[in-house]
Design a protein around this ligand. Structure first.
Ligand code: SAM
Length: 292
């Protein structure tokens, strides 16, 4: 039986053996509780038919659980110091490939094509570096990769924003872009005590399952996202005020903005945070001929 990496004793041993220190600037808070890791992997629905992408393997705590439960794992790690460590800690597993790269600069589509030939089920599973959570998730979704979904640990506050419903404080353009591409749900909240060192913020795990068909059909996706961002530009302002201030030449085109709101059946005095995805879709399509 192979000993888990994710225990306080083993983590300290590995760090000491390789003369390593935690780099706060790279979001290095390693998991030291095997139960949490088992929970994360179970929420991802992995089988030996699944190929898994991990971002930031650290010293391999989550990676080894992924190697045990999926067919193949490719892990992207930015910190060169961790490469020899991972070679050592993951030596019992022959189905793991570590790529030394910043995930934000990596051609993930190309890596999938090269490394995952024959796999139809691809998942992303990660304990994300918190300083860069949102850009990583958005990159993986906007590149429209052939993945079933993502199960990721992140700051609880960001998890709340991603999974928020209309009419709540946490609801905003991040909720909309992610809920447009995926069905997003919070599956676990996680105490600080399962990390070494402990982070300053609370954590949660969310599952984002990619949608085959978007929840709302729009004429132009980019413009739809532009309208949602414009609608939340100043949360206390009404839709009419935000749209006028943000849309090209909006100040001079009050009548056209009002007409679009009316066409979409949306009261101009409402605030962006009260609109559902479907309402944003209708609004974007009504604005598109004049402002798109
Ligand atoms: N997976 C390990 C665990 O759960 O114990 C480590 C998770 S730790 C929160 C985040 C990891 O992401 C670190 O290993 C860090 O070096 C790595 N990392 C930070 N920024 C990255 C980036 N832009 N691309 C790839 N890896 C990154």
């Amino acid at each position: 039986m192979i000993k888990d990496i994710a225990t306080p004793v083993r983590t300290k041993e590995i760090m000491a053996k390789h003369g390593l220190t935690f780099k706060k600037s790279l979001g290095q808070n390693f998991l030291i509780d095997p139960n949490i890791l088992r929970n994360i992997t179970s929420h991802a629905g992995l089988t030996k038919e699944t190929a898994t992408i991990e971002i930031g393997p650290g010293i391999g705590a989550l990676t080894e659980h992924l190697a045990r439960t999926s067919g193949k794992v490719v892990a992207f790690e930015i910190d060169q110091r961790l490469l020899p460590v991972l070679k050592d800690t993951l030596s019992p597993y022959d189905n793991v490939e570590v790529i030394h790269s910043d995930i934000l600069k990596a051609d993930v589509g190309e890596v999938i094509a090269q490394e995952f030939a024959g796999y139809e089920d691809i998942m992303v599973v990660a304990n994300l570096p918190y300083y860069v959570t949102t850009p990583i998730i958005l990159k993986l979704l906007l590149e429209k990769l052939p993945i079933r979904g993502l199960v990721v640990m992140l700051q609880k506050e960001v998890a709340e924003r991603i999974t928020a419903n209309p009419g709540t404080k946490a609801y905003g353009s991040l909720s909309i872009v992610i809920q447009y591409y995926t069905k997003a749900e919070m599956v676990m909240t996680v105490p600080k005590s399962v990390f070494m060192p402990q982070p300053n913020v609370d954590s949660a795990v969310i599952r984002m399952t990619r949608r085959e068909v978007p929840p709302v059909a729009v004429v132009n996706e980019d413009f739809f996202f532009e309208v949602t961002r414009a609608s939340f530009a100043q949360r206390r302002k009404t839709l009419l005020n935000n749209l006028q201030a943000q849309l090209p030449n909006g100040k001079a085109k009050k009548e056209q903005v009002l007409l679009a709101l009316e066409t979409a059946g949306i009261d101009s005095g409402r605030r962006g945070e009260t609109l559902s995805l479907k309402e944003f879709g209708r609004l974007a399509d009504a604005l598109y001929p004049e402002f798109g």
